[in-house]
Design a protein around this ligand. Structure first.
Ligand code: NDP
Length: 401
């Protein structure tokens, strides 16, 4: 029986709250707090039955967070606000002596750069306080880390290469929309690409390298090499020769993105507009469809997984571990589309691992550092079943067009 505090009432917050509410024997008492109280109340009323209590909080402000946590006295915080709030929420957890979980690593507001260094710097403080912080318990980062740890545990003596493949084939009938926070999404895909090879990071131009991959249950899609945050922790904790991350984008998304970049609307530099300071990317976000409204319109599937190659008992081994998720089924269950669902379910499972004591150790941890088996079992039980198959695909020999 545990009281939890979920912070952030966006798409992911909606899914985490729904999924926690489905497990009353573990999450006995649920609080949802966010900047806009009405969004929390909306989610609480969807769930009904008085299962979810709500509160308003500005998570940029540590004293506000501390006051809320002291009032509620939860066992842990599930942070599904934005990456900008990670450090303030970690500070508030340290001040109040409770555990912490998030789904995305900290990003400074004024610099499009996401790295674990800021959060890893909390390691001693969490350890000394006997508290746990679990970082990146979404899908990618999150499940992809656990897939890799599971592959190492069950199939390999040595992993040589990991290719993480993320395909969202959802169609929402908008010419341009992002499936999660537009500001975060556009910052991620317009950054330079980067992959890990022989102990070094190799930089590419944004979207410079592409391949066509035939995704199971979806079909052929063009995917582009991007940098993605789970590679930083995975390459630190699991020795590999090469690790790359690929994400698919449709023609319409890419066409609009090019225009946005050409116009400078992706800039995060503040500018003067009619006597007011505005940030172009934040202005663009205000114009774009709210990802939370995409749920009822989105049809199709997501497929995210890892192709992993290496050796066991001196013989070459190649596995493909992946999950396929259906947007419409996600919406039916939680009123949210598949990208929020595939992030929110692992956040709930991560919290479950911590509350049940299956993953419990003071300090700051990434997902691959724990036993993958109980988490993999729960993915099957709570809506994200996976397949683990032998695979002879060589990503390098796939066509580019
Ligand atoms: P949304 O933009 O839909 O939701 C974010 C929520 O956080 C909003 O309700 C917002 O409030 C709230 N919020 C923002 N700032 C504050 C603040 N200062 N204080 C309190 N609440 C605040 O984003 P998503 O739900 O799509 O994403 C949530 C998180 O999940 C993000 O960190 C994202 O990067 C991460 N993510 C991780 C993925 C993974 O696989 N690991 C995949 C997708 C997302 P308001 O409504 O008032 O603006």
């Amino acid at each position: 029986m545990s009281r939890i505090l979920i912070i952030g009432a966006g798409g992911v917050g909606r899914v985490v709250t729904h999924k926690c509410a489905q497990l009353p024997e573990l999450f006995s008492d649920i609080w949802l707090a966010s900047r806009t109280l009405s969004k929390c109340d909306q989610i609480a009323s969807e769930i009904g039955g008085g299962r979810v209590n709500t509160a308003q909080v500005d998570a940029d402000k540590v004293p506000e967070l501390v006051a809320l946590i002291r009032k509620i006295e939860p066992k842990m915080v599930i942070n599904v606000a934005l990456p900008y709030q990670d450090l303030t929420i970690m500070d508030a957890c340290l001040q109040t002596g409770i555990d912490y979980l998030d789904t995305a690593n900290y990003e400074p507001l004024d610099e499009a750069k996401f790295e674990y260094k800021w959060q890893w710097a909390y390691q001693d403080r969490f350890k000394d306080a006997g508290l746990m912080a679990l970082l990146g318990s979404g899908f990618d980062p999150g499940v992809t880390n656990v897939f890799t740890a599971y592959a190492l545990k069950h199939h390999f003596d040595r992993i040589d290469t990991v290719d993480i493949l993320d395909c969202n084939a959802g169609d929402h009938d908008h010419a341009f929309a992002t499936n999660f926070n537009p500001e975060i999404n556009i910052r991620e895909v317009t950054a330079n690409g980067r992959y890990y090879e022989n102990g070094k990071w190799v930089e590419t131009q944004p979207m410079e390298i592409s391949r066509i991959f035939d995704f199971p249950e979806i079909g052929p899609r063009k995917m582009f090499l991007l940098y993605h945050e789970e590679m930083e922790s995975l390459t630190k904790h699991i020795p590999v020769k090469r690790m790359r991350f690929w994400m698919t984008f449709g023609e319409s998304y890419l066409k609009h993105l090019e225009v946005i970049q050409n116009l400078g609307l992706d800039s995060i530099e503040p500018m003067e507009f009619q006597g007011q300071q505005i940030v172009p990317l934040q202005f663009l976000k205000a114009l774009l469809p709210d990802p939370a409204t995409l749920g009822p319109r989105t049809k199709g599937k997501t497929n995210i997984g890892c192709i992993i190659k290496g050796e066991k008992n001196g013989k070459p081994v190649s596995r493909y571990i992946y999950n396929v998720c259906d947007h419409e089924a996600c919406y039916q269950e939680t009123n949210a589309q598949g990208v929020s669902y595939t992030t929110g379910v692992p956040a709930m499972i991560g919290a479950k691992m911590m509350l049940e004591g299956q993953w419990k150790q003071p300090g700051v941890w990434n997902m691959e550092q724990f036993d993958p088996d109980p988490f993999m079992e729960d993915l099957n039980s709570y809506g994200l079943p996976w397949k683990d198959v032998a695979c002879d695909i060589d990503v390098d020999s796939l066509p580019e067009t």
